[in-house]
Design a binder for this molecule. Sequence first.
Ligand SMILES: Cc1cc2nc3c(=O)[nH]c(=O)nc-3n(C[C@H](O)[C@H](O)[C@H](O)COP(=O)(O)OP(=O)(O)OC[C@H]3O[C@@H](n4cnc5c(N)ncnc54)[C@H](O)[C@@H]3O)c2cc1C
Length: 293
Amino acid sequence: MLTDKMPFRPRDYFRVATVSEAVGLLNKYGRKAAVLAGGTDLLVAKPPHIEYIIDISQLPLNYVKKDRKGIRIGALATLNEIADSPFLEDEPYDVIAKSTLDMGTPLTKNYATIGGNLCNAAPSADMPPSLIALEAEASVIGPKGKRRILVENFFMGPKKSALRRGEILTEIFVPEAPAGTKAVFLKKGRTSEDIAQVNVAVRLTIGDVVCKVARIVLGAVAPIPLRAKLAEAMLEGKKLGEIIKLVDAVAKQAAEETKPITDIRATAEYRKAVAEVLTRRALLTLLERFEGG
Ligand SMILES: Cc1cc2nc3c(=O)[nH]c(=O)nc-3n(C[C@H](O)[C@H](O)[C@H](O)COP(=O)(O)OP(=O)(O)OC[C@H]3O[C@@H](n4cnc5c(N)ncnc54)[C@H](O)[C@@H]3O)c2cc1C
């Protein structure tokens, strides 16, 4: 029987050179195997049931590229590479780079990857809200070939992703956003380097002074990153001038949609209150930016 007291002492370690080698080993060993990317979650968690480590860190998946359709981020792009990418400097894609800024220390960010942040599926993870707000897709490769999953549908529960046996995440694709799209990411943690007590990404697409698309995505307030869909609906179809009057009500609604828990980082009540404050601040920041052109 496995218990938490069992030591983390894997029986074997494989440093793979190709995606298909990784997929083959993962498929062979199933739940006894874990992918190692940067190791900043895996080597801290040290899951005792893991007997085989599949080190994918040498695969050529640490890129950020731009093409006609959007931006492609390799699963092994580190948080520092994302923060420094020239393709993530301009609105609205800068929200992805900004999501990395308060994630751990500079050393952690040299190792930690975007793929690890998604696959670890922590409810408090900082990358998912911005990616969901920009309607990003995850590419995964497994024994049955390649498939794409909206990042919004990638999370099944705390520490549970949509990956099936033998699958690895290879790329995140961020589609080109419609003109008039801006997004903001805000986070509240106990310290600037800590895991989020609450985080939020808010995205608005404004065309002809009307809100065409609104996304409010909150982290650390539910088992998976949460879209506050009723709050979003209050914004879509409204004119910019009307939105300014709705900010307080929308922020309150977003907080009402959260389902937080109390843990060592914050109480459920505190998380709800912070969700409202951060949503309000993010909306006000966006409105200022739209008014500034
Ligand atoms: C000091 C410190 C501070 C931190 N602060 C933050 C923070 O503020 N915000 C935050 O969100 N996180 C934080 N983290 C957590 C962690 O750094 C991030 O989640 C990081 O992005 C994980 O990436 P990694 O490459 O290190 O993942 P790993 O530890 O290598 O892997 C994490 C999990 O994902 C799986 N995995 C990794 N890559 C793939 C892939 N391509 N395909 C399939 N499965 C894969 C692994 O098997 C493992 O289960 C912190 C960690 C530390 C140690």
